[in-house]
Design a protein around this ligand. Sequence first.
Ligand SMILES: [Zn+2]
Length: 394
Amino acid sequence: MHRTVFRNVRIWDGVASEYAMADVLAVEDGRVAGVGDADDGPARDRRDLAGLTVIPGLIDAHVHMTLDPSLRTPAAQLAVPDEKLVRDMDHRAEAMVRAGITTARDLGGGKWLELGLRDRIAAGQPGPRLLCAGQPVTSIGGHCHFWGGEACDAATAETVIERQAEHGVDLIKIMATGGNLTKGSSPRSAQYDAETTRQIVEHARRRGFDVAAHCHGTEGIAHSARARVATIEHCSWLGDDGTRSGYDPEVAAAIAANGVWVSPTINAGWARFAKNRKFEQAVQGTFARMREAGVRLIASTDAGIPNVRHEDLARALPVFAHFAGLTPVEVLRSATSDCAGAIGLGTVTGRIAPGFAADLLFVEGDPLTDLSVLESPAFVLARGQEIQGTGFSP
Ligand SMILES: [Zn+2]
């Protein structure tokens, strides 16, 4: 049994609107053992943090560990030899955890290499706890068909899901609409009809899997919301004209009523869109209406797609807050306790409370008023394992 008591630390527990009254935190065997407990135990196990702030480790609900953000096309990604890919993935995972990301959900790859990474990390290699979807279920020639999950109907989709189960995935991803990365697929069009979507999601759920649905167009969003997927990815509300004109209040009401979370994949690069007033207003308008309708949001970046680096969640959060109209504490919940709940880890991580994993991000400054302080962590604990952060360390 190893116990460390952090003293003189300001604590945000992942849920509350304010910092905790306590300034003592005990970690034991990879878990939070106590908050505000008496400072007991031998002096060598006590650490004075001189006023650093601790929050739960960050969670990115949508990443692709196998994708190299410096490559532009699927063909270039598929040409990377497995041996190099595995090395690159190890480096990405380490960069993520050093940047304070202690959990991430991988929403698709072709060869299950990210599941191997997940297992190496669980065995002690530095990196975030991973949940992995394996090959996404997609239509013939549909979005990311090159990853091998093509299915023309619900029965074929069941065999794709069974194959993912055999490889040990944690959840199922379905491409409910086309996407931008895949030539010949249309982001605004649904890839399956409502009934097929319902059957695919139902089958996944019977097998014990949550479903994450990739959705740009409104029709695919509607099918996924009514099929009660766990999370809707992107949720771009693309209308028939291919712009973000397709907001539908009935669909938003279904998202909220069915307890579906929206994971809008707003990455740091979206800052450039703030110069485009029309786009900015369209996005901010749909977020305002979604929030009014009671739709709940989680943080995600789609890391791995061109120019979106795996370790950049902290840089994305202020941009997400800007477009979604969230306060700092709301956006912090979306990347900690809310995100954990949405991806099925609500009793495991995302909060600083006894029994939760010691997934902790220590920073200088006041993240409840200034999200930018998250960009240079002093140090990080991932399941109790200490990792040097990218910023100053005491
Ligand atoms: Zn993605």
